[in-house]
Design a protein around this ligand. Structure first.
Ligand SMILES: *Cc1c(COP(=O)(O)O)cnc(C)c1O
Length: 409
């Protein structure tokens, strides 16, 4: 049994806990995180088998060591890290893993520790200044490193994504040529990377980004060894039903094949959300009802940051042994802290008779949910349990419906 399954009020309940209703029967006072290792394993196998290149897990989406081990066991050997904390975590948790430091702005001390102490050889950058930092930080006795994989991050549009990442990172088109040429000089392997933003709702996001890569390569006429299409692969949420992932892969594979790059060039991607969204959900208790507002025991400072701050909608279900027969209605949530910001507009659809003392499962919190908890105001304590039922939405399970979404290319 894993150490974090130490039960607070749920002693002896692991056996036979198949899903949310079983947990609700135990009437936990604190929120309970339900973990689905089988769902994370399935997502990892999907990428390992169907993406015709290397799938690099973006650790920030969920850095849980248990999850890292699940992904590793499922065949994910490379990890996208963005801070020295993540580098150390991955080194400790998965000593055999290959780490790629894909944050384009890093402290020189961090680069040096990653390179010399954790054997990191892959770094991204989006300015000449950062290139110089990497060269300085990895030199030994004034001799430059000759084993660097350097990826130039170019700016691409976030138009197709629910979460923009277009304004912060990425070399400007006017700077890309000089940057690629200078990086070529310093790199053993030269790569180009981009990130279309998170939850990209159309494969066109990648097609458009690849068109920019193509013109950048032609303009700089450098030999490119690695193409890294970043993250952004979507999951399923209410009101956000993306096309099947196979479509994304097909667009990327076709775009990669058409690039003017070396015959032996490698294709990489950096999925975060798509590998872990289905890994976790949360069981919360309703502590008060006021009209269509439910006061629940987790919120903006817990696993529901995105629900509060960017109105992300998660699937919900009422956990009763005898399902309610009342027609469903739209509800909003208040979190447990004293802060007014701690509210989630939803709308969340639940049976109209939901009330104080009821338990609700909030699904799809494995990515950017559980990872962002705080202890603000004395809340944020949860326990975790492994369950075996299916996640509330899935890109990978029961994909018969989803097959009809497959676009012929
Ligand atoms: C956040 C991030 C990812 C993962 O993004 P998802 O949308 O979770 O797939 C990948 N690459 C980079 C550089 C990132 O910043």
């Amino acid at each position: 049994m894993h150490k974090h399954h130490r039960p607070l009020g749920l002693a002896n309940s692991q056996d036979g806990a198949r899903g949310g209703v079983d947990i609700a029967k135990l009437r936990p006072v604190q929120p309970v995180t339900l973990l689905r290792p089988h769902a994370a394993r399935r997502a990892a196998r999907f990428f390992v088998e169907k993406f015709l290149g290397r799938s690099i897990y973006a650790v920030k989406a969920n850095p849980s060591p248990d999850l890292l081990k699940i992904l590793w066991d499922a065949g994910v050997t490379h990890y996208d890290v963005a801070s020295i904390g993540e580098v150390r975590l991955v080194s400790e948790t998965l000593p055999g893993a290959v780490q790629c430091f894909m944050h384009p702005v890093k402290a020189e001390e961090t680069i040096a520790e990653a390179y010399f102490e954790h054997n990191v050889r892959t770094f991204s950058l989006d300015t000449l200044e950062e290139l110089e930092k990497i060269i300085r930080a990895t030199a030994r006795d004034g001799v430059a490193a000759t084993d660097l994989n350097l990826l130039v991050r170019i700016r691409v549009s976030s138009d197709h994504s629910r979460y923009s990442l277009a304004s912060k990172f990425g070399a400007e088109p006017a700077e890309v040529k000089a940057l690629l040429m200078a990086t070529r000089q310093a790199a053993d392997a030269l790569g180009i990377c981009f990130h279309v933003g998170s939850q990209a709702m159309s494969p066109a996001a990648y097609a458009e980004a690849l068109a920019r890569v193509r013109s950048a390569i032609l303009e700089a006429s450098v030999t490119v060894d690695i193409l890294d299409v970043g993250g952004g692969f979507p999951s399923v949420y209410p009101g956000m039903e993306p096309p099947a992932l196979e479509n994304y892969f097909a667009v990327i594979h076709a775009g990669f094949e058409a690039l003017p790059i070396s015959y032996s060039a490698e294709l990489w991607c950096e999925p975060g959300r798509a590998l872990c969204a289905e890994y976790a959900s949360l069981v919360v208790r309703v502590e008060k009802r006021r009209g269509t507002e439910l006061y629940i025991n987790d919120g903006a400072y817990g696993a529901l940051f995105d629900a509060a701050h960017v109105d992300w909608r998660y699937p919900v279900r009422l956990l009763r042994e005898t399902p309610s027969k009342t027609r469903s209605a739209e509800f909003s949530f208040f979190g447990p802290t004293c802060d007014d910001i701690d509210q989630m507009a939803g709308p969340f659809e639940l049976p109209g008779d939901v009330g104080t003392g009821d338990y609700i499962e909030i699904g799809m919190l494995g990515a950017y949910g559980c990872a962002m908890r705080t202890r603000f105001n004395g809340f944020g304590m949860t326990e975790s349990m492994i369950v075996e039922d299916e996640p509330m939405a899935s890109l990978y399970a029961g994909s018969k419906v989803r097959r009809s979404n497959v676009v012929k290319l």
